[in-house]
Design a binder for this molecule. Structure first.
Ligand code: TRP
Length: 353
């Protein structure tokens, strides 16, 4: 597992260099489940990167995985609301919808969903049951019984990625097994059905360069469900109050030692992400100021960094018609692409009557 990760990281670093020189070679698809609003971990870990890729001129398609939510959440009353909140976070973070950049919920693209049936025939039950991310999610979701959607959603994720022939998928480490499944499906599909020319690319993972951001409790990944997150939608006072309660340690003098002092290092890293100064240099400046000063500096830096995003977020929240428009436009663009792919797939599978 560690070796696969190191290999993926090396590939990802090579890709990063190539993207800079040949952005036109790439098409990005990535996305999230609509489980609520996004927090600053999402912002620094993935949103900023998507905006950067779009600015390089790479087509960026963002899927909101509203079907996938059904696999591990019993609650579905809020899906549409969450979908819209997610779109607001993307737009506020700087995603600008255009011909080549769009956001869509996958439930709105029937032609892409239809790829699920042939794709399911290309993988085995054993392969589905082995997926480490799925296994972990089954463990942590506390489901009474495991529905088949849970085992098969990585195949559905392959539909998300392959319907538009994306070749670059910016994801976190936990998504690597799904990407491997997508590559396997693409390869098997091409081998089985395509004699002349491959129908699908084997997409590559682009791993985030931002170190994993811990929650304010300092012990685990930032996540809304663990109650240790700062939401992008929080206001400045709420942000200050959350940071005030953040865990530090008993040593007064501030130093940057990620191994020995993970909580303090995490707060320094967050400041660094806001100001682009090195965490060591920030630690040296704070030094004797201790935890109180550290938190004050972070509050100021983060509120300042997020001010434009939060102002934009407010405007967008007040304009539901626009958000709906962005999503339906995105779905329409996705559908057009998916219809072409489905037609091609039908042809190579000898199903055209
Ligand atoms: N599985 C992803 C998650 O849980 C969401 C997702 C669905 C996705 N389809 C995708 C991510 C396609 C990247 C590409 O967050």
């Amino acid at each position: 597992m560690a070796d696969t990760y190191t290999a993926a990281l090396e590939r990802s670093n090579r890709l990063e260099r190539d993207i800079q020189t040949n952005p036109k070679k790439y098409r990005v698809l990535t996305g999230d489940r609509p489980t609520g609003r996004l927090h600053i971990g999402h912002y620094f870990g993935s949103l900023q990167n998507r905006v950067r890729l779009a600015r390089l001129g790479i087509p960026v398609y963002i899927v909101i995985a509203d079907y996938q939510v059904l696999t591990d959440h019993d609650a579905f009353a809020e899906i549409a609301q969450n979908t819209k909140q997610l779109a607001i976070d993307y737009l506020a973070a700087g995603i600008k919808p255009s011909e080549d950049v769009f956001i869509f919920p996958h439930s709105y693209v029937p032609e892409a969903n239809q790829l699920m049936l042939p794709f399911l025939t290309l993988v085995t039950n054993a392969e589905l049951s082995r997926n480490p991310t799925v296994k972990e999610e089954i463990g942590s979701a506390g489901l009474k019984s495991v529905n088949a959607g849970m085992y098969t959603y990585p195949v559905h994720q392959a539909c998300d990625i392959l319907f538009c022939k994306a070749n670059l998928v910016p994801v976190g480490k936990d998504q690597l097994p799904h990407l491997e499944m997508t590559r396997t499906i693409a390869r098997r599909f091409n081998e089985k059905f395509c004699t002349d020319k491959a129908a699908f690319p084997e997409p590559e993972a682009l791993l985030s360069k931002t170190p994993s951001i811990l929650g304010l409790d300092g012990s685990q990944k930032m996540s809304k469900s663990r109650g240790n997150a700062i939401m992008l939608s929080a206001n400045e006072d709420e942000t200050a109050a959350l940071i005030k309660k953040a865990k530090t340690d008993s040593e007064r003098f501030i130093t940057y030692e990620p191994e020995k002092r993970p909580e303090v290092a995490n707060l320094l890293m967050l400041i660094s992400l806001c100001t682009a100064e090195e965490p060591q240099a920030i630690a040296e400046k704070i030094g004797e100021g201790g935890g109180g000063k550290l938190k004050a500096v972070l509050t100021e830096a983060l509120n300042e960094k997020l001010r434009p995003l939060r102002a934009e977020r407010k405007k967008l929240e007040a304009d539901e018609a626009y958000i709906r428009q962005v999503l339906t436009d995105g779905a329409q663009k996705a559908q057009k692409i998916a219809a072409c792919t489905l037609e091609e797939v039908r042809t190579v599978m000898n199903m055209k009557i």
